[in-house]
Ligand binder design. Structure first.
Ligand code: ZN
Length: 100
């Protein structure tokens, strides 16, 4: 840290101080404020990047969960189709015999 952790002192009377719009610290000149706010922008950029990464990750997890659910449903449907075919064969058996 470069002295930013010191509590901000109130600006002396008649002096033009510059207030950081992110954390309300005051700086005696624009150069100091500018350097300080550059650090804020890097923090914000990093937070945004991490947030985007988390959003992407949760999207992928949701997609994977949805795909797994869809696969499970498809398996269920295939099972019930097989069951119907088995029943159909059983029911169709006597019909075929009757027709013979
Ligand atoms: Zn600040």
């Amino acid at each position: 840290m470069n002295g930013d952790d010191h509590p901000a002192r109130p600006p002396p009377h008649g002096a033009a101080w510059h207030v950081c719009s992110y954390c309300n610290k005051v700086y005696p000149n624009l150069q100091a404020l500018g350097g300080h706010q550059t650090a804020h922008r890097k923090e914000i950029e990093e937070m945004r990047r991490q947030h985007e990464a988390r959003v992407q990750e949760s999207k992928q997890q949701r997609r994977a969960a949805a795909a797994a659910a869809a696969a499970a449903q498809t398996a269920d449907e295939e099972r019930s189709v097989n069951l119907e075919l088995t029943l159909g064969t059983g029911v169709g058996g006597p019909d075929l015999k009757l027709r013979l």
